[in-house]
Design a protein around this ligand. Structure first.
Ligand SMILES: [Zn+2]
Length: 258
């Protein structure tokens, strides 16, 4: 018999068959600890440590004898670019892929300057493939998706509201110091470039032509950005949750808060 002890924070995931974070698992089949632990509802991406009879083990370990398996959670801030016992091959950069159930979070992450790919048409298998091939962190509210073996780095988003989800993600991965607002295109995730007003003049509405002189453009899809009211509104929200201070500099364009 295998006794599995889950850290308290896993209560969020644990199925009803687990009482007080402790499960009794008969060893009637030869299965790796990844599959055993996930059968109780905890995706492997949320696990930070596995200790079997006081010895650290990895996801492929097979329990052939009875004993105690202690399951610990990933501890924030989670640095995906550093190797760990369970994840010896770190990510080469902090990049994300947002599932359809957190699309607004994905957009806010792009606004905050992070590389986030997303599409409402992605199937689960596609998300897992992209996460593996491009070394991307999966953001989702779908626990089952995170049980796919190809996914190494992820966060099962708990918060409901997009700005709370943004704070959750930034805190979990320790990214509050890495914000770079309005540097990417929210349509296609490409880095924006400063352009002259003359270069984008034919694309502007009369009021925009009259009131704005500084512009950024996505050279991939052509979208033009300027410090309009929509951007101010977003910055106001970011400021309300404590993510921006009184002065924000965006690609050399200063926005003063008065
Ligand atoms: Zn674009």
């Amino acid at each position: 018999m295998l006794i599995i002890e889950f850290e308290k924070s896993f209560d969020f995931f644990l199925s009803k068959k687990v009482s007080h974070g402790r499960a009794l698992c008969p060893l009637d089949r030869k299965a790796g600890v990844k599959d055993i632990v996930e059968s109780y509802g905890v995706p492997h991406t949320e696990i930070g440590s596995l200790v079997f009879n006081r010895r650290p083990v990895d996801f492929s370990f097979v329990c052939l004898t009875g004993g105690i398996l202690s399951v610990g959670a990933v501890q924030p801030p989670f640095d995906v670019c550093s190797p760990s016992f369970l994840r010896p091959h770190p990510a080469c950069a902090v990049r994300f892929i947002a599932d359809v159930n957190v699309m607004r979070l994905g957009r806010l992450m792009i606004l905050a300057g992070f590389d986030v790919c997303s599409s409402s048409s992605y199937e689960d298998a596609q998300i897992a493939d992209i996460a593996e091939q491009e070394s991307r962190i999966v953001l989702t509210r779908d626990t089952r998706l995170l049980m796919r073996k190809k996914i190494t780095f992820a966060r099962r988003i708990r918060a409901q509201e997009p700005y709370a989800q943004l704070m959750e993600t930034l805190s979990f991965f320790g990214l509050k110091g890495a914000l770079s607002f309005f540097t990417r295109c929210t349509r296609c995730n490409t880095l924006l470039q400063p352009v002259t007003k003359a270069a984008v003049l034919p694309l502007l509405e009369p009021k925009t032509r009259r009131y704005y002189n500084e512009f950024l453009q996505c050279l991939r899809c052509g979208q033009v950005y300027w410090p309009g009211s929509h951007r101010d509104h977003l910055l106001e929200k970011m400021r309300a949750v404590g993510l921006v201070t009184d002065k924000v500099e965006i690609n050399g364009i200063k926005s003063d808060w008065k």
